[in-house]
Design a protein around this ligand. Sequence first.
Ligand SMILES: Cc1ncc(C[n+]2csc(CCOP(=O)(O)OP(=O)(O)O)c2C)c(N)n1
Ligand SMILES: [Mg+2]
Length: 1017
Amino acid sequence: MSIEIPVPDIGDFESVEIIEILVKEGSNIKKNDSIVTLESDKSSVEVPSPFDGKISELKVKVGDKVSKGTVIALIENNELKNETVQTINKAEEKAPEKKEDNVLPITEKIIKQAESTVIDKPVEKKPEKTYAKAKGADIDPTETQEWLESLDAVFKKDGPDRAQYIIKKLINENNKEGSTQSLTRITPYINTIHATTEVKSPGDQNIERRIRSLIRWNAAAMVVKANKKNPELGGHIGTFASAATLYDVGMNHFWRAKNNKFGGDLVYFQGHSAPGMYARAFLEGRLSANQLGNFRQEVGVDGLSSYPHPWLMPKFWQFPTVSMGLGPVLSIYQARFTKYLINRGLIKDENRKIWTFLGDGETDEPESLGAISLASREKLDNLIFVVNCNLQRLDGPVRGNGKIIQELEGIFRGAGWNVIKVVWGSYWDQLLAKDKSGLLIKRMNECVDGEYQAFKANNGLYVREKFFGKYPELRDLVSSMTDRDIWKLNRGGHDPHKVYAAYDEAIKTKGKPTVILAKTIKGYGMGKSGESINITHQQKKLGEDDLLYYRDRFDIPLSDKQVKNIEFYKPDEKSEEIRYLKERRMKLGGYLPERTSFAKPIKKPAKDIFDNMLKSSGEREMSTTMSLVRMLTNLLRDKSIAPRLVPIIPDEARTFGMEGFFRKIGIYAHEGQKYEPEDSEQLSSYREDKKGQVLEEGITETGAMSSFIAAGTSYTNHDLEMIPVYTFYSMFGFQRVMDLIWSAGDSQARGFLIGATSGRTTLAGEGLQHQDGHSQLLASTVPNCISYDPTFAYELAIIFQDGLRRMHDKQENIFYYLTTMNENYKHPEMPRNCENGVLKGMYLFKEFNNKGKIKVQLLGSGAILREIISAAEILSKEYNIDSDVWSVTSFNELRKDGMTVERKNLLNPTSIREKSYVEKCLEKKEGLIIAASDYMRSYADQIRPYTSKSFYSFGTDGYGRSDSRKNLRKFFEVDKTHIVTYTLSALAKEQLIPTKYAERAIKKYNIDKNKPMPTVL
Ligand SMILES: Cc1ncc(C[n+]2csc(CCOP(=O)(O)OP(=O)(O)O)c2C)c(N)n1
Ligand SMILES: [Mg+2]
């Protein structure tokens, strides 16, 4: 039987136009297949079929206006054979009946009686008591001892879990009794993993130490050698010296490389510890001594980049991390994106891990800690942070008066992470075991980082006096130890056993991310030249004595002469060390870091996907943001593209009319949707799904950009090409997260950044902080960012299609910045043969040739092209001035071409001069040039050098403000009246027309000559 399909609840809309019919009469469709697309001026949604069945009749056509309940089609559904024609109105069908509470009179009586007894009962007054003010002191040691003994007994009988349970119960009880003091999230300043429960490393510690020493030497030598050659080059020794063990244990035992059987762990190395990674790659035979000798010399020689830059070493580095804070936030979103791909069924779950190394000073960057709650909320147990707590940053201590490890423990534990502190090395184990009274831990707890730093800048005697010497019992504890023994008491981050145990626990942790807080010494082993002293970070020139000390400290088999020559050391290929090192890496699948891609290109979308954008929109007005949404909706119907699209939005989907995606492709939620959304009956209902495709990031441009990078580099990190489309308020893009966009370029991310609601005068009401007149200029500063400011739907379609071709067919490592607008207007049909011009940056849109006297070249970009077209009409009609109107889709692309051609000509003075694209377009055209955009004048000014004609540029320099579009364009002098007036004035200046025309126009259009430049208003 036929069933009517009505338009469901479409939210706040009435009388919405049907812009597409997606099914034919007689066709068989499945439940949720789209039947029609509806579009208001704010949003575009598809109406899905509620059943499987055959469309027996279409009741609507393109252009019809529909509202909730309008029948759009009849469907034949075999399962509902016996029924006659029915109307399915989900809202009515589902609305649950509200049940009245039917309480029997007798029950009510009983309740009343019960209530009255409760009320009548006298409130028991608690006796007032004044408690002794303990202020943290032990006011009753005997009682304390009894409690401790009880706990000890529980511990011995039933173990730590039971003890923990009882403590929790006690705390709860204490809270119930009225204590308001919160429980500390900080544990004592000792290792989280007790010595007795440590998992032991299977490695050969002697060989591993020898390998580590060689790496230490070569890393330091690389920096010293470069600076001996040229002191300008710089570099860091102290950081890697403090982190060598942390890296080595990972390399020897934990980090699995990518190969044909496994996707590989992803490791974010701390940026300025790069020399250590090079030194290891040298021993592995992946880098030559020559390359090491060219550390930080990359021009004209085969050198090594200062820091991890995939752009500069595309086969080596995977993640740019040196801009502090970016590594941590990027890795969190990388871990989340990995789970996204797994949950969407696009990659296998291979239990891959993401490891992130960061400095303790780096944790002050808001980006480092700002997203840690996402990691625990999304249960990212594939993520492991290792914070190298050497207690120092560049200028001095990270927390001289406090303890960074304790501070971070509280923060991470509070955010729900698994925290593993690796504070003390094995040499402390015995002392801690002997410390029955807890005095040693008390002393550890009370010392601040400034003191800990000073201990390691001095010697064993100093530590004896200043640390142990404070309490006679502790002095006695080490009385049988020599100063040398005391000096040997190592820190956890330098003890491979402790580090191994921590890593082992981290990889086994389920349901939450792990952070390892490893205490180390900055400049470890550098002695007087840089161990634990404030200048360590900057130390890059070691004198001969310092080098000899370093050699002896780490037993490097080099002669004095070789040391003085700062030679690198690599044992023979057959040596135990090299064999061991290689064997370990082979066991772990290959070398790290290494950047490769085995991704298959994404197939081109069918051409007809873009067809409707190339046609005129007729009387329909719409914004380019809406065109984009329609284009993406169409792309979601293309089998090859659809699964790879990653729409990313930081809480602005409704602003951009993208809420239709929620229902259609779902919002990614790792645990699905645990509630029925309040708008579940609506077409754009807030649907969360484990397989959801939209990354709805919430209000975090930093997070959204990190997701963009994760998706945009998926072709190398997951061997799967993805197409991120990150849409944001254009003002909160480049201006807000420029450093991340720079790092997207370095990472060679591919994708589309969409600066929506763009333009200083186009986003009318929002005012100064929202109106962007410079993002296009900022985009021009990123070398591999291709940017466009299109006006019409067909321009957008041409650019997007070409973007897909370049990034996914030609595999170019570029990404796009497209500005789209929220101004509604009609879109013309694509002029013939404009594609090349659209992509190059400009094409002739229209000629006004009827008058034939004076001509001008009018160049308009984005929102202001339409003002230019109107100005051309006025000039033609009212002043008999002809013009050529050019749509400039990208002044940035024109400039790139101009620079390239100019340079080529300058370098080839004897060859025939080549012409820039701008020159080719304009040379044969008559008249001066007027160029305008909704961006600062310098945006259009970029092409000034590439034409010999007079050039006048107009733009929106100054702060934005709230008003209507019309008023704003007048204020910034980019409206049609100003363009007409300025054109007349420019022509008068060139003595092509009398000045009176300009003077009259100024009066006619009420232009205030005395108004200051908008930059000062
Ligand atoms: C955003 C940013 N600001 C400043 C720097 C310069 N810088 C490089 S290393 C460093 C100190 C790092 O200290 P920490 O994080 O403790 O690392 P450590 O070297 O001690 O391991 C600074 C300030 C940078 N790389 N990035
Ligand atoms: Mg540090």
